[in-house]
Ligand binder design. Structure first.
Ligand code: EPU
Length: 348
């Protein structure tokens, strides 16, 4: 166990936040040892009654690609799950079941499945972070969500040491959400996926099809789609490890149909996706862009100039600068469109 440990390498925003206690766990035995650790036990006991809110003194921190610390000191115990391994569990004529342990880097796992010609994860290529975090916010991109490939999730509750395997249904997946976002003491140590040997490619989202056409790819393969997604991402999003960010900082806005029609009246080009008969999803990136924030920079932080949904830390700044910028953007979008945009990032 480490004390006063810098989490700079463990949050992709790159803030130099310190944790009072830090422990990496590389195996199930490491987890058993952790549960006996006196410092862990005292943090756990201080936390049990309020484990599900943001004041918890235990934090499970995976790749740190969707987290913003609100201060520069985390006065508690950070557990960093880093169990490695990929196993094929079962193979039929149509599908392959694969177990991937939480510490595997997500984009490497996707590349591995694509190299085995297995369908399902190709549109999720190059998303930063580790596999154990993928179910937590049901990562999604380019018309795919990870929930559609997850069979079950293996967990251990750090408050009582109980293990549980969650079926897909029990995970309660929805847009950028799952049961694991609420129950923050549950550590995911492995995820089981079902991937298809013969699948259909999803080409309809955004400019995937355009990109393929422009590159004269008429009959795309699984590899072509993964490569296309990587290229489009690289054009739009800051490179992880080079510029501090967490990808999308805000969720897309879900508004009432009336609100949407009101905005469309003034801005006929507003992009939208239907949700149900009463509500419509409007890209927050578009709202922020139209409110004039794209490319805006304030000291050490700013709004990415190629995708306004992404806030960036250029280095040397403090988490509070991002929080101030977040508030300014929320107020400005509210003033202009009457829509309150919510952060997607997990604020601790
Ligand atoms: N738009 C603008 N200006 C901007 C950004 C976007 O006008 O600065 C418009 C675009 O022109 C497009 C629409 O907004 O019409 C949607 O933009 P985009 O396709 O880039 O996707 P997004 O809705 O902004 C979501 C995910 C991303 C994911 C992309 C592609 C969320 C919160 N974000 O962004 O996920 O990569 O779709 O599927 O749902 C992430 O979660 O970290 C992330 C990057």
């Amino acid at each position: 166990m480490e004390k006063n440990f810098s989490l700079r390498e463990l949050n992709t925003f790159g803030f130099d936040v310190k944790a009072r206690f830090f422990q990496e766990v590389k195996s199930l035995e490491d987890i058993s040892d952790l549960l006996q650790n006196p410092d862990f036990i005292s943090c756990r006991d201080a936390t049990v009654s309020r484990i599900n809110d943001n004041t918890s003194r235990i934090l499970i921190l995976s790749g740190g690609s969707n987290i913003l610390f609100s201060s520069e000191f985390f006065d508690g115990f950070v557990v960093h799950p880093n169990i490695k391994g990929i196993e094929t569990l079962e193979e039929t004529g149509e599908t392959v079941k694969i177990r991937c342990y939480s510490g595997e880097v997500w984009k490497d796992f996707v590349d591995y499945t694509v190299s085995r010609n297995l369908y399902g994860l190709e549109n999720l290529a190059d998303i930063p972070g580790k596999t154990g975090a993928a179910p937590v916010q049901n990562i999604g991109a380019y018309g795919a969500e990870v929930k559609d490939t997850i069979y079950q999730v293996h967990t251990i509750d750090l408050t009582n040491g109980q293990t549980k395997v969650f079926s897909n249904e029990e995970c309660q997946f929805s847009y950028r959400n799952s049961i694991f976002k609420k129950h923050k003491s549950i550590m995911i140590y492995a995820v089981d996926f079902v991937l298809k040997k013969h699948g259909e490619l999803k080409l309809d989202y955004g400019n995937i099809r355009n990109y393929l056409v422009n590159n004269n790819i008429t009959n795309p393969t699984l590899q072509d789609v993964a490569t296309t997604v990587k290229t489009i991402r690289a054009e739009k999003l800051p490179e992880v490890g080079v510029v501090g960010s967490v990808g999308s900082f805000f969720q897309n806005a879900i508004v009432t149909t009336d609100k949407y029609l009101e905005i469309k009246e003034l801005y006929p080009d507003v992009p939208s996706y239907p949700v149900d008969i009463n509500s419509v999803k409007i890209p927050s990136g578009w709202l922020i862009d139209r409110a004039g924030w794209k490319g805006h920079r304030e000291n050490h932080v700013g709004v990415w100039d190629k995708q306004a949904l992404v806030l960036v830390h250029y280095g040397g700044g403090k988490p509070q600068e991002i929080l101030d910028l977040m508030k300014e953007i929320q107020d400005s979008v509210k003033d202009k469109f009457g829509v309150w945009i919510k952060p997607e990032v997990n604020i601790i």
